[in-house]
Design a protein around this ligand. Structure first.
Ligand code: ADP
Length: 383
């Protein structure tokens, strides 16, 4: 049957993926009466609970067009979906938020950094080499060690290489090029701590900024988070100012996660943006008036955004990461005995080392008190 443009989509929102971010977005959507379809396979975290599942892969342009035909608006849970494929969904009549032209910039770490620098926002010194031969001069310019990053498809540190000298950089270069089509080189930032700010933007105008969090990474993966970040008010408002401006430069509707380095005093540098709900915002489910997932939905649908204030003086999150490879055998009984701890499991069938299997959030009289509770519960979860 020929489709006409004045269509009534079966679902309000589609998500190009079915992982844990899609899952938590689906859970936020039900009470609002928003029907969400996800794109994925039957065993994926969001598939069991979405209003609709379009079977397919977000790397497949045909699958993206299929979900596009079923939904009023298509959005993302990762920044890697090919911008040209997303443009084809737009051209076929379904709005994609954030817009594919914005996605093209943000999904390339070099273009993203250049855009932020062009806006006058603070970023680490960087360079984009044409070939490994350029690294010598870049090293002289920025100083060793250097952080080399694949321009595309890097996440949780896959795609990054910290190189002490020219020998290491030359050795790392081909692997990074093979991963993502080119390399971004950054100065190594000896930061004091890492911060993150979630910014929600409404299609049609308006934004809402969440309290600044401190994120603690180990081996490039988020382990723990404190909210609000234990920093002085001047630094917190500078972090919010920079994050808000960065999210505006990226221009997307919905939630943008802005990762920051605090380099000392009142100084902030932007590490990177993620144009989607983010691990640094999972605590907002329990800790804030409106969660990042609800505000993402509100934002992409052009609805008014909800307040982002905390409902407790402190909150903390501990990620539950796989520590072995094999089938999962989850048991939260022990953790359930820890009062005030909120355990989230993503329902992934298989455990893998470093894989994000879930998280625990706790509220408290202070972020450190909340962290103690979350840690205690996390240590009692079996994966
Ligand atoms: P990914 O996209 O894989 O998450 P990021 O670029 O966010 O990669 O880097 C992951 C982590 O590596 C950061 O959270 C930070 O701890 C460290 N890192 C990244 N860039 C730099 C840098 N220029 N200097 C120092 N550490 C960095």
């Amino acid at each position: 049957m020929h489709r006409v443009s004045a269509r009534t989509p079966a679902y309000d929102v589609g998500i190009a993926g079915a992982g844990q971010l899609a899952q938590m977005t689906v859970l936020a959507a039900w009470p609002l009466g928003i029907r969400v379809a996800v794109l994925g396979g039957p065993g994926e975290p969001a598939s069991a609970m979405a209003a609709g599942v379009v079977e397919g892969d977000w790397k497949d342009p045909e699958a993206l067009l299929r979900i596009g035909r079923e939904v009023g608006v298509l959005t993302l849970e990762n920044e890697f979906v090919d911008a040209a494929f997303l443009m084809a969904v737009e051209d076929a009549g379904t709005p994609v938020r954030p817009h594919p032209a914005r996605m093209r910039v943000v999904q390339d770490k070099a273009l993203q950094k250049q855009q932020l620098a062009d806006e006058g926002l603070p970023v680490p010194a960087f360079a984009v080499p044409d070939s490994a031969d350029d690294l010598e001069a870049i090293g002289r310019d920025l100083g060793w060690p250097l952080m080399l990053k694949a321009r595309h498809l890097g996440y949780d540190g896959y795609g990054n290489a910290l190189c002490a000298d020219m020998g290491e950089a030359r050795a790392a270069f081909p692997g990074l090029v093979a991963r993502g089509g080119g390399v971004l080189v950054e100065e190594f930032v000896p930061f004091q701590r890492e911060l993150a700010v979630m910014v929600a933007r409404r299609h049609g105008g308006g934004d809402a900024v969440y309290p600044v969090v401190e994120t603690r990474q180990h081996d490039h993966v988020l382990r723990e988070l404190l909210c609000p970040a234990p920093v002085d008010p001047g630094l917190a408002s500078e972090a919010k100012r920079v994050a808000r401006a960065a999210a505006e430069a990226a221009g997307g509707a919905g939630v943008t996660g802005v990762e920051l380095f605090h380099t000392g005093g009142g100084h902030i540098l932007i590490n990177e943006l993620a144009p989607r709900p983010h691990n640094s915002g999972h605590h907002t489910i329990e800790a804030c008036v409106t969660s990042q997932f609800e505000n993402h939905l509100r934002g992409v649908l052009g609805m008014p955004l909800g307040p982002t204030e905390m409902i407790a003086p402190g909150a903390a999150l501990v990620n539950l990461l796989g520590e072995r490879d094999g089938p999962g055998d989850p048991d939260i009984t022990g953790a359930a005995a820890v009062g005030g701890a909120h355990v989230h499991l993503y329902g992934k069938a298989d455990v893998r080392v470093r894989r994000k299997m879930g998280h625990v959030t706790a509220l408290g009289a202070s972020p450190t008190e909340a962290l103690e509770t979350a840690r205690r519960a996390a240590s009692l979860v079996r994966l």
